[in-house]
Design a protein around this ligand. Structure first.
Ligand SMILES: C=C(O[C@@H]1C=C(C(=O)O)C=C[C@H]1O)C(=O)O
Length: 431
């Protein structure tokens, strides 16, 4: 329990003053089991992988930004919040003390704003050590009770799927058009996406989705920020005490369910010139964007095959040593959009997405993650995800996209998008 000195009122500080307290917590209960049952769906926050990470709820502070400067505005706001925060941190590692969660729209002209949220309660775990952080605007902050395990979430009931803005037929058409534009030399690669609307008979509890995603997709980061929920296998960037890492994915094969066949497919994926070419574009775009911020960088020569229950991807883990004080969010902003979700060359590919895709991606395929007061943090690409409808608790829009290159075939890309929708479709099932 802390009694911190009251700040003078009215405060001359331009930013809000938050009072933050982190203490070790003696529990081994799964992080996701702490997310409370009685909060609004868009008030639950998660960044969890293999039982570790952070979950949060309640809103101590939040911020929205729009347009091409959405990242810079968020960074400025965060620096102000961090500068004025009064922090007492008894654990002292990345993710403890003051932390925000964030999620950014893919496109600068999206109707969706970028969101940063500082939750009022965070439970985190790293290397087996668990902690509790409370954040308050009240300088007389007293520590909350140790969070308990919440009641189990209810399943969403029967779920019906319907076309979103881009039907499978529209998608095949857009892919064919993109292949034509690639042949004409406009771009080398463009990533096109589509959406699928799921309507459940009952309210969709994000805690249900998160638990199911975490159970089945242990090679992913299971996230929830302001109603965007998913399990991404792609880490845009992590900054952890001077070490920068990124997991680049591009090049995909659908799994068959037959392990022997899947191994043969994995071997063919690792040799496929179409996929290797697509992968190479994505790795190069990440390495080039990180280079100005790094003193040394390790980019493996050949990708490995990442096995997920629904698909396999060509994957490369880039590691680098930070050479400046660029925060994880600044790094994420300079990496976005990578060739994995935009294309190559980036600017022209993004224009082509605007021309051919016919939907607002919202925060799908944008950076999603968290950051602490030192700028350490982790930002994934919001893939294998859905956006809960803020107006209808029983509806969620799911998204999936595919990298289109010269050799792409529209029907295969429709099938690949279907495979990429499986994690969220399965997570919605009630069985
Ligand atoms: C765009 C998505 O995935 C991206 C595209 C990939 C591809 O085309 O091979 C692979 C992984 C991701 O970088 C998605 O899942 O929606």
């Amino acid at each position: 329990m802390s009694t911190l000195p009251a700040t003078e009122a009215p405060s001359p500080a331009p930013g809000p003053t938050v009072v933050v307290r982190t203490v070790p917590l003696d529990t081994t209960d799964p992080l996701l089991s702490h997310l409370p049952a009685d909060h609004r769906p868009d008030d639950l926050l998660s960044w969890v992988r293999r039982g570790e990470g952070i979950v949060g709820w309640g809103t101590a502070l939040s911020f929205e930004s729009r347009g091409p400067d959405r990242f810079a505005a968020a960074e400025t706001w965060w620096r102000e919040v961090a500068r004025h925060a009064v922090v007492r941190d008894d654990v002292g590692r990345p993710g403890t003390g003051l932390v925000c969660f964030g999620s950014f729209p893919f496109a600068a002209d999206s109707a969706e704003p970028a969101r940063l949220v500082v939750p009022s309660t965070i439970v985190g775990r790293r290397d087996g050590q668990t902690w509790l952080t409370t954040v308050s605007l009240d300088p007389q902050l007293t520590l909350l009770e140790t969070p308990s395990v919440a009641s189990d979430p209810e399943p969403p009931g029967d779920v019906a799927f319907s076309d979103g803005d881009v039907s499978p037929a529209d998608y095949a058409h857009a892919v064919a058009e993109a292949v034509g534009r690639i042949a004409a030399g406009e771009v080398d690669k463009v990533v096109l996406a589509r959406d699928l609307v799921a309507t459940a008979s009952g309210p969709i509890d994000p805690r249900w989705l998160l638990r199911r995603l975490a159970e089945r997709y242990e090679n992913t980061w299971v996230f929830a920020v302001a109603g965007l929920v998913g399990a991404t296998p792609e880490l845009l960037v992590r900054r952890d005490q001077g070490l920068i890492t990124s997991r680049v994915l591009a090049g995909t094969i659908r799994r068959t369910g037959d392990d022997a066949k899947d191994l043969a497919l994995a071997a063919s994926l690792a040799r496929s010139s179409k996929d290797l070419e697509e992968h190479e574009y994505a790795v190069r775009s990440v390495a080039e964007a990180l280079a100005p911020h790094c003193s040394s960088m390790n980019v493996p020569e050949a990708p490995f095959v990442l096995h997920l229950p629904n698909v396999m991807h060509l994957a490369t883990d880039v590691a680098a040593v930070s050479a400046d004080d660029a925060s994880s969010l600044t790094l994420a902003a300079s990496l976005h959009p990578s060739a994995a979700v935009g294309g190559t060359p980036t600017a022209r590919a993004v224009e082509l997405i605007g021309e051919l895709e016919h939907m607002d991606r919202g925060r799908y395929a944008g950076p999603v993650g968290w950051m602490d007061a030192q700028g350490d943090g982790a930002w994934g690409i919001a893939l294998r995800s859905g956006a809960l409808d803020p107006a209808d608790p029983s509806q969620i829009t799911l998204y999936a996209g595919c990298g289109i290159v010269a050799g792409s075939d529209p029907e295969s890309e429709v099938a690949e998008s279907i495979a990429k929708l499986i994690p969220m479709r399965d997570a919605l099932a009630s069985e």
